[in-house]
Design a protein around this ligand. Sequence first.
Ligand SMILES: [Zn+2]
Ligand SMILES: [Zn+2]
Length: 274
Amino acid sequence: MYSHIVDFHVHTDNSYDGNHSATFICEQAEFNNLRAVAFTDHCEVDRCINDYAHERAVFQTFFEIAKVKSAFRGRFLVLNGIELGQPTFAPEIAERILGSQKFDVVLGSIHNLRDGFDPYYGDSFTEAGTHTFLKEYFYEIIQMCEWGNFDVLAHLTYPLRYFFAKSGITVNLNDYKQEIDEILRLCAKKDKALEINTAGLRQKLHKLQPETDVVKRFRELGGKFISVGSDAHYASDLGKNIPDAFKSALDAGFDSITLFQNRTPVQMSITEEI
Ligand SMILES: [Zn+2]
Ligand SMILES: [Zn+2]
């Protein structure tokens, strides 16, 4: 049994698709005996180009997290994070946001391509369409890794949730081996953590994202840091399936996971008490 459940990918109602306040989530975290929570509300950088209200929500989150950090001090660790979507689509905005506050952790994500299409909103997909999408999707992740101003690469296989849920399409990642190796190599070289995201286990996909073989490959290519997160958008999903992510990390040869404080990695043993 793992004695220290943590969750480093959590959304509050300051995310457009979040449902619960930071305070309510912290109460849940304490009730469930979590040791650490990183709040990582969305900031879709490409959306900030024309939507200042979206960028302003980042400040709202920051103040709320500061409040819960103080209210729950000594009970468990609260980290102030952000999930930065598509930072390379408007890097000057991304840098401005990152420079505006002191974050503990920055998740780097790609949800949509440059045309704005996010598979979360798609109705159905074809095999050919998913292939074209994924080629471009992994290319954008490579660009984001080259840019590099983030700490954790979030949900590397994000689109697979929707390709499977909406059209039953299962993707063979060997078709993208070259791109994925490039991503993992860059993350390893730049000391980025690879996130094991458990949201897929709560959805039709029913898999960790990425799966253990990819985590193992990250280690082979020199990767050192692993993060874990539920991607909870409801308080009830907080910490869900984190033991599965721990097991995957152990199976892939990692005996620690990493939390970031002031954007500095701190290793936590998976099996020992902290
Ligand atoms: Zn995301
Ligand atoms: Zn998220």
